[in-house]
Design a protein around this ligand. Structure first.
Ligand SMILES: Cc1cc2nc3c(=O)[nH]c(=O)nc-3n(C[C@H](O)[C@H](O)[C@H](O)COP(=O)(O)O)c2cc1C
Length: 210
């Protein structure tokens, strides 16, 4: 499977990091087309202390648990409109934007994109492929909400960065992975089933203290 992963400058760089780790470990993904916005590099530095500014594929490989010479990740420059994700004739399963800033959201919703992330998202929609958007802002204003609705109507899958708590996460990674696994589900990428809801019996006897 080939996928495009875009990282933009919304808070939540850890979502991108964990998504890449799980895609790399899934055993079904052969190629990750990685596109990182300039603002995403700043946020990754602020939130994770990870410097993406000078990073290349080797550094990314190390960051996500791959061998340094692994060929899975292909890093595309943001201004390279000739990169493979910019063309509908290049076959791939789809694209995810994790996390997605309101700026990128607006650019895609307007159809007036200016960089490779916007173009690749536009192509994904026009080709009828899966586009998963993980927006992050709080609160949302009416423009954000309209853009989300516009993209949902255009076929994008909106997965807000709002993880659940019903699996009782004990670490930030476990909390983040709850959302990451929902993203992987959208593409049928296998992962740990630990955060899937298995159902609950409301008739269960309460545990006795004695
Ligand atoms: C630490 C930090 C956190 C940010 N968090 C958000 C956020 O949660 N949502 C958002 O839409 N923008 C956020 N921004 C602002 C975006 O980075 C900014 O609008 C940028 O222009 C987005 O560009 P991009 O869409 O090309 O990544 C944040 C910026 C910084 C430095």
């Amino acid at each position: 499977m080939e996928l495009t992963v875009a990282i933009t400058g919304a808070s939540g760089a850890i979502y991108a990091h964990r998504t890449l780790i799980h895609l790399a470990a899934s055993g079904v993904v052969e190629r990750i087309n990685l596109i990182v916005s300039e603002a995403a590099k700043t946020v990754a530095m602020v939130e994770l202390g990870f410097d993406l500014r000078e990073a290349g594929e080797k550094t990314i490989n190390e960051w996500i648990g791959l061998a340094t010479d692994a060929k899975m990740v292909r890093w595309h420059r943001l201004d390279n409109m000739a990169a493979t994700p910019s063309s509908g004739s290049h076959p791939q399963a789809g694209m995810m934007i994790v996390p997605c800033s309101m700026g990128t959201l607006g650019a895609i919703a307007s159809g007036a994109g200016t960089n490779l992330i916007h173009r690749a998202a536009d192509v994904t929609l026009k080709e009828g492929r899966k586009l998963v958007i993980v927006p992050r802002e709080s609160p949302y204003n009416a423009i954000h909400l309209e853009n989300l609705l516009k993209l949902a109507r255009a076929g994008a899958q909106i997965l807000p960065a709002s993880p659940g708590f019903y699996h009782r996460p004990q670490t930030i990674e476990a909390l983040v992975d709850h959302l990451v696994f929902r993203i992987l589900d959208q593409f049928g990428v296998p992962h740990s089933t630990a955060t899937r809801w298995q159902g609950e019996s409301h008739n269960r006897e309460p545990e006795r203290a004695d």
